[in-house]
Design a protein around this ligand. Structure first.
Ligand code: HEM
Length: 415
């Protein structure tokens, strides 16, 4: 084990997290790192088996308040303050389904899980295809000097339209959500606070409108659950759930679509395989999630008692983060792990990637995100089979943010 403390904002890690975290993984199973907004360093857990253990062993919890005897006064509030979130709004972002443990987690997740089952998601497919086709129709019209930005005109609008329709966010508000999402991901205290305030106030207004005018959407369902039985969902939790779903539902999926497209463009033989055989799409999405998934690391977990992990005793109350990008490139789990191969056998293979997390908090929207990815990649390559990058790979700009792997823009020629 190394005594070195890494910094998640280290420019090398931000520039190439796959290489950087792989190096850390090979130095030893655990490492320490400074984490923005936490006063103590966190344990970085990088190896595949340890990551799965961390995410499925119930001795690790998501809410520091679930650690017996730990003085958590303000662990999170301090973190929120460090990110510039005013106290009166902190509660809306500190108590999401991802921050809940045990019964609270089950209660919150159950309220929405039915909307995201494989069957419900499959029913949405025709609508996802329709939205995709109309975005592809519009792409040539967005070209400047023959160059189209796929992040702006394809990767973002697709998932934001899908999740807003599902939840019930009106069309005229979607551009605001897109801007709020991008601002939050930059994690700058001077913009995070005002953005959270705007989002919360916006959702409160949306709830008031929808209560007066119910529709057939998830928001109406949540309002009903709240109004019929406040024990199932409190006022604040209702706002928080809407915020979580719309935010989580598009920010990540947009970057699966843009990272995945960039990866295919950088590997023309893989692109050709998928273009010539769209039936490969589910496997391709699986492999792109593993190889360049947008979420680099999970929410911090806390040891609720002393626990052995990766040959180390983690003391009660210590924070840990699962580094998903390191686990997904762990050669102990994936042969030739750094190679992109969309024909890797997903079903017959022993291991599956952890790009959507693992265990109790496994991504609620995974089936929806996978479907959007499948539709996006196949429809794009069918419509524009000769698509190519308009700038060399080295000139693609990544956003220098920790924990998330994001392209600023993806300039292409449609061919
Ligand atoms: C949880 C990734 C799309 C909603 C998670 C987690 C990951 C993840 C890694 C677990 C985090 C942790 O354990 O700390 C992704 C990726 C996506 C995606 C890579 C797209 C490619 C979506 C979509 C939704 C969604 C479309 C729509 C609702 C959620 C929610 C949770 C979650 C609500 C928390 C679940 C819980 O705490 O039980 N996601 N996600 N995600 N995701 Fe996603």
């Amino acid at each position: 084990m190394t005594a070195h403390t890494y910094d998640l904002l280290d420019p090398e890690l931000l520039r190439d997290p796959f290489a950087g975290y792989s190096r850390i993984r090979e130095e030893g199973p655990l490492a320490r790192a400074n984490f923005p907004g936490l006063d103590t360093s966190v344990w970085l857990v990088t190896r595949y088996d340890d990551v799965r253990t961390l995410l499925s062993d119930r001795r690790f919890v998501n809410n520091p308040a679930s650690v017996p005897g730990l003085d958590v006064t303000n662990v999170r509030a301090k973190g929120a303050a460090a990110q510039g979130i005013p106290p009166e709004y902190a509660e809306y972002v500190l108590n999401t389904v991802l921050d809940a443990d045990g019964e609270d987690h089950i209660r919150l997740r159950r309220l929405v899980s039915r909307a995201f089952t494989a069957r419900r998601v499959a029913e949405l497919r025709p609508r996802v295809e329709e939205i995709t086709e109309s975005l592809l129709d519009a792409l040539p019209g967005t070209a400047e000097d023959g160059v189209v930005d796929l992040v702006e005109h394809f990767a973002y609008p697709l998932p934001i339209t899908v999740i807003c329709e599902l939840v019930g966010v009106p069309e005229e508000d979607r551009q605001s959500w897109r801007e709020w999402g991008s601002t939050l991901m930059r994690m700058r205290p001077e913009t995070t606070g005002p953005t959270i305030r705007d989002m919360v106030e916006h959702i409160k207004r949306l709830i008031a409108h929808r209560r007066a005018d119910p529709k057939d959407d998830l928001l109406t369902g949540l309002i009903r659950a709240h109004d019929e039985d406040g024990d199932r969902l409190s006022d604040k939790e209702l706002v928080t759930m809407v915020l979580t779903l719309v935010f989580a539902g598009h920010e990540t999926t947009a970057h699966l679509i843009s990272n995945g497209t960039a990866a295919l463009l950088a590997h023309p033989e893989q692109l050709a395989l998928l273009r010539d055989d769209p039936a490969l799409a589910p496997r391709a999405v699986h492999e792109l999630m593993r190889w360049c998934g947008p979420v680099q690391g999970t929410r911090v977990r806390y040891a609720s008692e002393d626990v052995e992990l990766g040959g180390q005793t983690i003391r009660r109350g210590e924070p840990l983060m699962a580094v998903l990008v390191a686990a997904n490139r762990d050669p102990r789990a994936f042969p030739d792990a750094d190679r992109l191969d969309i024909t890797r056998e997903a079903d017959g293979r022993k291991e599956t990637h952890v790009g959507f997390g693992h265990g109790l908090h496994y991504c609620l929207g995974a089936a929806l995100a996978r479907q959007e990815g499948e539709v996006a990649f196949t429809a794009l390559l069918k419509r524009y089979p000769a698509i190519e990058r308009a700038v060399p790979e080295a000139e693609l700009r990544r956003q220098p943010v920790p924990v998330s792997w994001r392209l600023e823009a993806l300039p292409v020629r449609l061919g």
